[in-house]
Design a protein around this ligand. Sequence first.
Ligand code: F6P
Length: 463
Amino acid sequence: MSSPHDVDTPVVIASNRGPVSYRRHDGELTAVRGGGGLVSGLAPLLDSGRATWIATALSDDDRAAAAASLPAEDGLPVHLLDIPVDEFEAFYDVVANSYLWFVHHGLFDSTHTPSFTDEWHDAWGAYRRVNAAFAHAVCEHAPADSVVLVQDYHLTLLAPIVAAERGDLRLVHFHHTPFAGPDGLRILEPAARSELLRGLAAHHACGFHIPTWGHNFTHSQQRWGPPDSTKVFASSLSSDLDDLRRVAASAECDAALAALDERVGDRVVVARVDRMELSKNVVRGFHAYDHLLEHHPDLRGRVVFVAHCYPSRLGVPAYRAYHDEVMAAVERVNERWGTDDWQPVLMSDDDDFAASVATFRRYDVLLVNPVRDGLNLVAKEGPAVNERDGQLVLSTEAGVHAELEGAADSIHPFDIVATSRAIAAAIGRSEGERRARAEALRRDATARTPADWLADQLAAAAD
Ligand code: F6P
């Protein structure tokens, strides 16, 4: 068997969201390379020509491409699984995003949620079947002696099926979310919990962005998992900095920055860039800003909160409700403090990456306050391209906090007063202090590359 370190060892990636999606132009289906950390982190493999990628067809155009077995851009070997729409919704919207995501991010309140209803039990069957479909695709397409990199909480059950059929493959799982320790995982329906932990234990190794999530996993395994557990490793992802700097230097980004400058003038900019996501804690962020304006009358008219919160997972009812809650929170702040010539919050829900990067370049304070986050790439991307010695107010519950602690202003994400005070302190800092912190942030946020993360996964397969 070849070693996974060998540059010619074949690699198979299995993930729900693939590296390309298809769009129809004038009746023709063409592949478009996708964004997001996972794709940019694994891009070096794609470009090396040694990887096969198995993912789900996520749109009608993807399904049409899957049915026609279309090759992806540049002949990239991508196999899109055509899962029936109902089955996919049960797998993705219900099990993955309404239960597992909530368990790992601690979003259930336990008074009213969760309830394991017939819908859950049916959906768990769909989750199993989709995982089995991935497993069969891996067995079918993996060259002999491949390393299989299984990505994220959508695909926790495929390893035992693959291991039984293809003893020549080495499976490594990487979990991009936090992992719940026993206190959080106790909430999950017991049979599913055991199945999930058995599924993860069937990998050669399981990786997480930070050691804390790995410890949680180990403790949950010790409590409910099989006796022989798997190796655990930690490796944090980074954005593709070349790509980010290319966007920052683009004419599109310059135009977005000019438009932003026109709206905010020389005011202090507090900013956030997030998916519209419950774990991102967007509403408390606006409560903190409201508190700031209440307690710092001198900042009224002098500061603007620029928020990019673009839609996400709209098939999940809780996400749709959260969108409305966020918009109501923005409206309250604007109504309470706004004047004829000053709008305290500028909110955009367009998924416009160039405009988000323009905001990264311009902010004075970036707020990243998730209630819990596997890593959080925004906290690395902002400091990497910011042009104003911007400060970072960062939740202690974000995985990335382990890398940026000291340079960032740390806050407990539930503490609105502390968040408001941290923003005020960041604004009030002397120029010299701002520069020193911004430099430290830039250094720490750019210390790792996607290639480091990929190398760690391949190393975990080797030993
Ligand atoms: O954080 C976990 C994760 O799956 C990331 O890998 C991804 O960027 C994000 O959630 C968005 O997920 P989705 O594919 O549901 O849009």
